[in-house]
Design a protein around this ligand. Structure first.
Ligand SMILES: [Zn+2]
Length: 268
């Protein structure tokens, strides 16, 4: 969650040669477009609109218009296919499959980046639609994340058992991430309506977990190992499912009676 394996710069540069071969861009623009692609990567996607606009405007428009070529059975479909191969779930919600590619810098404004695979992030249509046309500074670039996103526990879940069942509240722990990253994470969570969507996903998730846990005592004893297993999967350190398991462990705190209340609430 939050992060994805970054496509390689060399693949992104090879794409530029392919754009020239397909007559999307003239030969004279291959070097400037490769320079922009390199800048995108070396600056960790901190490019400005004026840097993107160094590409001649009519060529940028041609790049923009060729985006349709990334769809199935079209000449640039291989880019979409490459990007989707390494992704299972949407990096913004980790609920839905990725059915679309998001232009981190919107293609309407940053036309010359419309085909740059470093700027194309697999995403579910709901998150993509919610992000559309909003300010990019309010979102995490899944290919260029701050290191703290995968090294510090910031996404947490507070668990309570009430008469209505299990109550889980997700939150970003304050002062764990750098201030600007914390702000972007919170903005992203709100923009894609993450908390409400996750609340619907918790019980189905816990039901799958509890299939193999046959008693409250087994839950108490098994949780630390389970949390460690989740943490060690790539991209799961601050995954919402890991946050739920940590939240359960904190709530149970070794108490078998509380573990039983949680099992009952989940099995409802
Ligand atoms: Zn999503």
């Amino acid at each position: 969650m939050w992060i994805l394996p970054k496509p390689s710069l060399s693949d992104a540069l090879n794409d530029v040669d392919e754009f020239e071969r397909l007559n999307i861009i003239p030969k004279t623009e291959t070097d400037p477009l490769k320079a922009l692609t390199k800048l995108y990567d070396t600056s960790s996607a901190q490019v400005t609109l004026s840097q993107v606009n160094t590409i001649t405007s009519n060529v940028a428009q041609q790049i923009h218009d060729a985006y349709d070529e990334t769809y199935e059975n079209k000449s640039l479909y291989y880019i979409r296919d490459d990007l989707n191969k390494s992704v299972v779930k949407c990096p913004y919600c980790e609920i839905n499959e990725c059915e679309s590619l998001d232009h981190f810098f919107p293609k309407s404004k940053y036309k010359a980046l419309a085909l740059c695979r470093l700027n194309l992030v697999p995403m579910c249509t709901k998150c993509n639609g919610n992000k559309a046309a909003k300010n990019v500074s309010g979102f995490i670039h899944s290919y260029y994340p701050d290191v703290t996103l995968n090294s510090k526990v910031f996404f947490k879940c507070s668990v309570r058992v009430c008469s209505c069942g299990l109550s889980c509240i997700f939150f970003v722990a304050p002062n764990v991430l750098p201030k600007n990253i914390e702000k972007a994470v919170n903005n992203q969570i709100n923009a894609v309506d993450l908390k409400a969507r996750l609340n619907k996903a918790i019980i189905p998730f816990l039901k799958t977990i509890f299939i193999t846990i046959f008693s409250a005592k087994a839950l108490v004893q098994g949780l630390p190992r389970l949390i460690a297993e989740f943490e060690n999967q790539p991209g799961f350190y601050n995954h919402w499912q890991t946050a739920v398991l940590r939240g359960l462990d904190k709530k149970i705190n070794g108490n078998v009676a509380v573990a039983q209340q949680i099992i009952d609430a989940v099995k409802g």
